[in-house]
Design a protein around this ligand. Structure first.
Ligand SMILES: Nc1ncnc2c1ncn2[C@@H]1O[C@H](COP(=O)(O)OP(=O)(O)OP(=O)(O)O)[C@@H](O)[C@H]1O
Ligand SMILES: Nc1ncnc2c1ncn2[C@@H]1O[C@H](COP(=O)(O)OP(=O)(O)OP(=O)(O)O)[C@@H](O)[C@H]1O
Ligand SMILES: [Mg+2]
Ligand SMILES: [Mg+2]
Lengths: 160, 165, 160, 165
């Protein structure tokens, strides 16, 4: 169990470092296992240094920076054993426009090999969709799919 | 392997039969708060064998069946069908298209079908594990996972790593 | 301590019921203390019935519905002993356009007696501001206030 | 009673002296992730006497002082000044305008001033409590409070009620 944990950790670490560089356009991040303790019991530290800033533990970063680092780490786990289908449920909520752009660029690239379904309220995230479904409850309490749009050319607006 | 189509009927707020066709690439699901988007994600999880009602925001599995509104009475069954393409043969079964269905009745009785042939839950999960993509043929990222990673409770973060291993 | 808790609870409950009606345009919500147990130890249940839907414990509502109910409850606490100044730090993130509109209408009304500072990424929330400050880090790691706009007439765009 | 002006210098990412004038009604603070908006909220809390470094995302109070970037060295002091109007006499002090300042040096030494006159932390908090608006002359709503109310841990929700009482 210990060996498997450490092997997985190394794979995640490698993925995380390269994903972070893409998501933060420079800067550096790492995950570290507390030394001198059984790895299966140890604290796992997440550190990040957004471009131009100082290296900090994740606890000291801003709300949006923390969210983007965590998203990068989720993808780092994911790429260890990629599945054919990946669903994202509103994880872009705390991100500003620039970070949404970086996040969607990463998803767009990964979507060449993985089918993505993204639940979002964000217009910029909708722009990268190849296909858009609107869900409504015109009749209270009853869900209905109301629209389908193809072509991620920026024409998909929230069809409410 | 691609999720080609999703059909939901009687599951949570999707009382009427609803069909979603998915293609390659990125599909976005949008709509107002409470309209049913997360219910769609839960329908996919449930059809692939999720047994923990709590993960699906229910107390018991029966909570997943449409339980009525002022205008509409509750229904007696929830059904979700997923259709996968299998061109690469990732699914260990000799079909080009694989349809997985799950039904739940108010009595608590469940049915599972692969290509319309009744089977056990175990057969569905074995099929999914057989894709080599881990215990799930899918990954779901949601806010609670982001929070578990960021949590000041080290056990929560470690649990995320252990799940990946 | 018990009497004070129960008095506060009643005040919060009353505020919460009327705020909810405004925020959800109808529907009903309540907070309840578990019966038969010492109030200081009891569970506090939050129930809500958005218009047209069934009464549910808050755990069963959607992400955005839960956030709006919680915001209503925070204001219910607040109105027990209103302070002159209230700061909101990005609590509007999970809300869709309609709910942002209801949230901002409530804030606009309360702002007749209370000074509000709202941190937000949302363009619709910015529209109700009487005054808008943009903060940037053009020099990495160094914060600077870069713009001031007056007049909440919808002209305030995110000045990044 | 209104917060008329806020001056921040050397506090977290606000190394250069920064002034914000606030008026009646609603003031919005906007900007990219990590640009310093929450730092402004923390500056207000700190100046009004917050003693828990953890609430301000620090391990020790000294973490609040600008600690340098690649281009700029750390500085030796953090200072925040809040100016309140007092037309209704809510603040129990005989002035129409009340200026509250707090300074922290790298040595760990602190200074507190009311209308430029040195005082103790206790005098600042007494003044604020004296407004009758609870232990704080201000309320802050943030995501973690929303999460505490929604938490599946009943103790977290109860704690929110106890704080209001
Ligand atoms: N068994 C059920 N029968 C009928 N309706 C249900 C049932 N279970 C849940 N619902 C309804 O589904 C709605 C929740 O939908 P869902 O969580 O999918 O919303 P959402 O689109 O993800 O919203 P958000 O953007 O706020 O996250 C709730 O309003 C709830 O009333
Ligand atoms: N002592 C310090 N010295 C210098 N910079 C600091 C210090 N403490 C925190 N910072 C910086 O302040 C930044 C965080 O700012 P803040 O949390 O205010 O961002 P924000 O505008 O609220 O962002 P978001 O929209 O993501 O919530 C971090 O990038 C951090 O590097
Ligand atoms: Mg949802
Ligand atoms: Mg912030």
């Amino acid at each position: 169990a210990r060996t498997q944990f450490l092997e997985t950790f190394d794979a995640v670490q490698q993925n995380f470092r390269s994903i972070f560089e893409r998501l933060f356009e420079g800067g550096y991040a790492d995950i570290r296992i507390e030394e001198g303790v059984d790895p299966l019991e140890a604290h796992i530290e997440i550190v990040a240094r957004p471009r131009g800033k100082r290296l900090s533990r994740i606890e000291l970063l801003s709300g949006g920076e923390r969210a983007l680092v965590a998203i990068g780490l989720l993808f780092a786990f994911y790429l260890v054993k990629p599945s054919p289908f990946c669903l994202l449920d509103e994880i872009d909520a705390p991100l500003d426009d620039m970070n949404i752009g970086r996040f969607t660029a990463l998803v767009k690239e990964l979507s060449e090999r993985t089918q993505f379904a993204i639940i979002t309220h964000n217009k910029r995230t909708m722009e990268i969709a190849d296909c858009l479904y609107g869900i409504t409850m015109q009749e209270p309490g009853v869900s209905k799919v109301v629209s389908v749009r193809f072509g991620g050319d920026g024409n998909g607006g929230e069809p409410e | 392997m691609e999720l080609k189509r999703l059909v939901i009927s009687g599951f949570k707020s999707f009382v009427d039969r609803t069909e979603l066709s998915l293609g390659t690439g990125v599909t976005a699901l949008v709509g107002p708060n409470g309209c049913g988007k997360t219910n769609v994600a839960e329908a996919i999880r449930w059809a692939l064998g999720e047994q923990n009602a709590r993960i699906l925001r229910g107390e018991r599995m029966e909570d997943l069946i449409f339980n009525g509104t002022r205008e509409r009475p509750p229904v007696g069954m929830a059904e979700v069908t997923l259709t996968f393409t299998n061109e690469q043969g990732l699914l260990p079964i000799d079909f080009e298209e694989v349809e997985i269905s799950r039904r739940l009745y108010r009595s608590g009785e469940s049915e599972y079908l692969i290509n319309r042939s009744p089977c056990r839950l175990r057969d569905v999960t074995d099929l999914i594990v057989g894709t080599g993509a881990g215990p799930h043929a899918y990954a779901i990222f949601e806010q609670r996972m982001v929070e578990a990673l960021l949590s000041s409770d080290p056990a929560q973060r470690r649990a995320m790593f252990e799940q990946a291993a």
